[in-house]
Every structure is written in C-alpha cells, then in structure tokens.
Design a protein around this ligand. Structure first.
Ligand SMILES: [Mn+2]
Length: 317
C-alpha cells in the first residue's frame, strides 16, 4: 500500500517493537538512514533492533552506534514492524528476509523500486533515503541530535557524491546546511572517509592496470580479481577513475568474487544505467546502478559490454 509520509509517521507512533534493516553491501545512505532512525525510535521508548546481512565497511566505522548493528540468524523473530531502508527489492536485504516475521514498511528513493512491501514510501526525487528520513523526523517533531545529524549528513552526502552528482538539488543542499546547524561536521566526515590504508592505494594501482576502453572510448571497464579483494575492505570509489576519463559515457567495474559471482557496478554521464542493471536482475539509479551475475568473467564481460553498446545506441534492452 502506497503511504504518505504522514501515514509513515502515524504508523511509527503506533508500533512498539521495530526491526530496522537495509541493503547488503551497505553504503553511507543506508547506514546513516538506519542509525538515525534507530536513535530516534529508541529515544521514543520503542524496542528497536538493527539487523544487516553484511559487515559495516571500515569506511563507515565513524558512524555512531554502528557497532550495535546485528546479523541475521536462522531463528525466526517477530516484531510489530520491519522497516526496510534504501532497498528497492526484497532480495537486497539478504537473509533478514527469512529471519524476521513482521509486516514490512519500505522507505526508499530508487526509481527501480519493485513495491514489494506491505506499506511503502518511495520518493525518487530525493537524492538519498537520508533526505526522506530527515523529512520524517521533522514531521515527527524529533529532536535532531548531533549524532542523528552526523548520520543523516553522511547519508545524503555519500549518495550525491558529496554534492557533485546530478541528483544534488536545492533541497539536498538545504538539508545538508540544516544538518550542519544540528551539529554535523562536514570536514570531519570527509576527512574520515577520504583517509585510506596504504594497502587500498596500492591495490587501486593494480586494479587500474586492468583498465580497458571499448566502443571508441565510450565504455571503460576495470576488473577486480578475488586475490585483490582478499587484501581489501572496500573497493568503494574505484569506479570513479574509469568514470572521469574524457569521452567515457559508461564506466563498468567487474568484481570477481570467490564463489563465482561477478558483482558489477555501472556509472554513467547521461545514459540511464539502472535499465542496464535491471536487464541483468539488478537495479539502482540512472547514473549509478549495479547487479550480480553468476558465471565466467570472460562470458559475462562480453554480454554486459554488448548490452552497454546497445544502450548507447538507444536500443531497448
Ligand atoms: Mn540511497
């Protein structure tokens, strides 16, 4: 059922046990949104638990209370409500789906959202789910503490490339300014996120050696092998390098996982790559999307490149 933000606010006031979750391969938006909402709900005396079917990347370990995020188990637990944040599809929450038995409220901003929940609030005009959570908390007259501000600022800033991507709106900037007033420290957050272990920079150098240009330089790919991944906590940001090459329209990163899955990230300058990702069972945004395919890297690369070329030619996928 499609909910207004007011209906979401009413629902939150009427539940007492809540479980919060978000998508696997967590990013700043899903973590920041979840931690902010968690702090608010706990302050209202709700029994609230955060469960994520993944690790919190080292990059986000400055976020307050991240260490209280739990993992799903095989035991089934119940609650009044399971809130799924920043996930467009039920598969995106991994094993939390089987672990929790509760009605689902989905709050999201992905254009590819499948409307899988019992109740949903989806605003694809929002640059981040964090923007929606900020609006929701204001509607609830919540006290925006410095820790909530830090979480929401991180959520918003990371999803719009620190105010550089096309989704950065007047509203995005206003919300960020408000959050600074509430105590977020942009310099501290950026500094923490930009600082990388030496290993990460040395690995980036290796990954850049795999750079290939296709289709008259309009498509750029990089490939990350499993042994490279073993030494790394995160490849976040790597895809920006092929993306910023002059003439490149679509950047693609292939991550070859140990278990035979290839995780693929897409970035673009004008093409809607969420369609490309969707055609391979994934999803995302117009300029940033992803999918996972099982198979041999050589075969998958050819298939994905063919589809990307088709899309550049304006053909339906
Ligand atoms: Mn998001």
């Amino acid at each position: 059922m499609n909910f207004s933000l007011k209906q979401v606010a009413d629902l939150l006031q009427n539940v007492s046990t809540v479980i919060l979750t978000a998508h696997v391969h967590p990013d700043g938006d899903c973590l920041g949104s979840m931690l902010a909402l968690n702090e608010y709900l706990a302050s209202r005396g709700k029994s609230v638990k955060m469960i994520l079917d993944d690790e919190v990347p080292a990059l986000y370990k400055f976020l307050p209370e991240h260490e209280t995020i739990g993992k799903p188990t095989t035991k089934v637990i119940s609650a009044d409500l399971l809130i799924v944040l920043d996930a467009s599809d039920i598969e995106r929450i991994g094993k939390v789906k089987e672990h929790v038995n509760a009605p689902i409220l989905n709050i999201d901003h992905h254009i590819s959202n499948t409307k899988f929940a019992d109740y949903w609030y989806i605003n694809s005009k929002s640059a981040a789910t964090g923007e929606i959570i900020f609006e929701l908390l204001k509607l609830l007259n919540a006290k925006i503490t410095p820790t909530i501000a830090t979480c929401l600022y991180t959520a918003i800033a990371t999803d719009c490339g620190f105010f550089r991507y096309a989704n950065t709106s007047v509203q995005t900037m206003r919300y960020a300014a408000d959050l600074i007033e509430f105590g977020a420290k942009p310099n501290a957050i950026s500094e923490y996120m930009e600082t990388k272990p030496l290993e990460s920079i040395l690995t980036l150098a290796k990954v850049l050696e795999t750079l290939e240009l296709h289709h008259h330089g309009k498509i750029a790919t990089i490939t990350v092998s499993p042994d490279t991944l073993d030494t790394l906590d995160s490849t976040e940001g790597f895809i920006n390098y092929p993306r910023i090459i002059e003439g490149v329209e679509i950047a693609i990163m292939f991550k070859v996982m140990n278990e035979g899955t290839i995780r693929i990230s897409f970035r673009s300058k004008t093409v809607d790559v969420s369609k490309l990702a969707l055609s391979f069972g994934g999803g995302g945004h117009a300029r940033a999307a992803g999918c996972a395919i099982v198979g041999k890297i050589e075969d998958i690369k050819i298939k994905v490149l063919n589809s990307a070329v088709k899309q550049l030619a304006g053909k339906t996928l």
